[in-house]
Every structure is written in C-alpha cells, then in structure tokens.
Design a protein around this ligand. Sequence first.
Ligand code: PLP
Length: 429
Amino acid sequence: MGALSRKLYERACRSIPAGVNSPVRAFRSVGQTGPFFVERGEGAWLYDVEGNRYLDFVGSWGPLILGHNPPGLAEVLEQAIRRGTSYGAATEKEIELAELIIRMVPSIEMVRLVNSGTEATMSALRLARGFTGRDRIVKCEGCYHGHGDAFLVKAGSGGATFGVPDSAGVPREVSGLTINVPYNDLVALGEVFKNAGEQIAAVILEPVAGNMGVVAPLEGYLEGVRKITAKWGALLIFDEVITGFRLAPGGAQQRFGITPDLTCLGKIIGGGFPVGAFGGRREIMEKLAPLGPVYQAGTLSGNPVGVSAGLFMLRRLSQEPPYEYLESLSARLEQGIRGNLAALELELTANRAGSLLTLFFTKGPVVDFTSAKTSDTAAFGRYFHQMLSRGVFIAPSQYEAGFINAAMTVEDIDRTVEINREALKSSQP
Ligand SMILES: *Cc1c(COP(=O)(O)O)cnc(C)c1O
C-alpha cells in the first residue's frame, strides 16, 4: 500500500468501521491492513491515489460488464440529473426499464425495482412466503444472497440441518427457518423436501454460484431443483444478481433453459448505480401491495438517475451484445491460465462460466462449498499480492468471481496470462 492510501486508510478507520463500507473491501482476507484508495476508473482500468493503474477484474463486484464509464453513459446521466434527482412519483422511464427487463429475462412477466441485490432477495423471499403461506426456505451452502437475516446462515456439520446464524444479531427464531443444502446435491435437496416439503416456501440459489468462487451447476442439477420444487409447490427463486445480463442477455435461466418462479436482479441492472429488481410470474407478483397483501416499498425505488443508467446499460447489451466477445476473451484467459498451470506443474482448479472465472488453490474439482473450502487461502493471498503488484486487480478473497469486461482487449488478456504465470511462480512457498 502506498503512503497516500495508508494515510487515507488511517483517516477512514477513525470514522468508518475498518475504513470501508463493505467488509471484503478491507483486504483483510489476503492478510493486508487496508486497501488502496481509488482515484478513478476508466474502461478496463482502475487508478489509485498514488497514480498506479490496475487492470480491473473486480469491476465493482459485477456491475461493470462494459468497464468503467462506457462511452455515452455520462451524457445520459447528465441529462437525467438536470431533470431532478428523485421524485417519489411514477415516471415513463420506469415502464421502459420494466418492459425491457421483461423482454430480456424469459421468466419475468412483472417486475418491481428496488435499490440493491439485498433488497431484491429479501423482497422475493417475503413474496414467496406470502404467496405460498409457508415459512421455511432452502438455500445452498456457499451461495450469497445479500445480507438479509434469513440468508446469513450456513449448514451446521452434518449437512442439511436446521440453520445456525453466521452473524451476530440474527435471531435463532429467524435463522431456524432457513435450511441449507450443499450446492449441486439433488439427493440432499430431495431429503429435505421429504422431511419438510409442505412447510417450504421456496428454494433460492445462484444458478451459477459466484460467491464461493465460480461453481457451475452440474448437468441436470437445475432441472432437478425445478422438478422437486414444482412437485412440492415451493417456489424456485433464481438469484441472478451476478448472472443476470452477464451469462446471456436473459441471464443463466436463458443459458440453461430453466424457468424459475421468481428472479432477483442487481449489479449490471443499475449500470453502476444502486438498482435492483425482482420479478416473475404475474399471479405471484400481483400479491404485492397495493394489489395484494405482501408489503414492499422504497423511497428511492425507481430513482430516475439509476433507472436512466439501467436503461442505458440494458439497451446497450441488447443492441450491441458483447457476449461473444466476452466469451472469446474469457476462454483465452482460461486457456492461458491452464497453460501456465501445466507448464509450472501446479494442480490448481480453474472454474469458468462465461465471463466469470475463479482460480481455486486446490486440486479440485470444486463443485460445492465443501470442495471450495479445501483451497489454500494463504497461497491465494500470496498470489493476490503478486498479481496486484504487477497491475492486475482481482478480488481480495479466494471465494469470489473474477469478472471479465468488454472494455478489455486481447492484449490485456495476454498480458494478464503472462502476469498470472509470474505471480504463480513467485507465490510458491
Ligand atoms: C452481490 C450479490 C447480492 C447482494 O447484492 P447487493 O447489491 O450487494 O445488496 C445478492 N446476491 C448475489 C448472488 C450477489 O452476488
């Protein structure tokens, strides 16, 4: 960390817990006290206050599929801001964004806008409970659905046991309604439904997991989850906060051809602004207030500036789809990393789904949270610093996705492959 960042970090720590507004930004999981401080982002690059630049594989943790400040966005935002920054009243732009979401995402017939991914999952969960009249939910170990109480639960030892909270401040009465199952495990899910199927409102999962590192669904897994939930009358909620508009214009559900009942969106949908959404079948969505009994609201929901950024983003993604280009860059990066691993005789696991990639410091295969956790996180920490010091910014944690964006070039990828080789070599103990 440079002297300027260090100074800012010390100052930040006096007024903000750990100096950051979201825990993983603090770089603690890679053994560093304090992050670099950002001066600006431009295209594929992030600049810190010391004037260093980094090729940015964090991309604000998912939203920046077109890179920082894509051409045309600033003008759209300036126009929006000049009309006022918030009304708390209906606008035509919200209809345009809703219609576009419905056109792009196969399962969504109606949608509500919120302000974050967390709000989307919390609202979808309440709606699922209100619609089914059931209280329990099933989630997968290692999947992240924002910081709502019901989701901050992982399984105790012994697999599919009833929830114990991960965070202080989550009452057992709340976490006890959450059941965890291992990702990619249909047998465990079937057992849970056999034991408590008639009490389960919904199964929520990331159709491609991105928050234990990247873990794709095994052949037949999503189909199996769809079948089990339908059989028991529980809703299937896809948390596509990362995968939405990234793995395909219509997200993972389009890529895999599975139709969930409800979908949660965030990140890309706001073009870098705090926007989220949840949507799904009309008969379910019509249970929301003021049409139905499930309450949900938001002072800044549908904010005109955020909606303008979201419209810019989704229109660009549907009119000039970057998906083939992203696939070619991402495949090139994956192949390059695999080549490096072979050349250095390292047995590590590279998982990729579209423009999401994680290099796990374990022999693998990584198919769920248990196998992800066999990673050598100390080795990952050394690797992270070797990458960063060579100008490549990846997430400061083993259990995150690397995001490739469309502002990157083939040269950027090839340079990253070289840096990956040097970093792997230098981070051996
Ligand atoms: C980031 C994320 C969330 C939470 O979104 P926030 O905007 O950070 O509240 C929820 N689900 C998934 C899959 C995410 O990756």
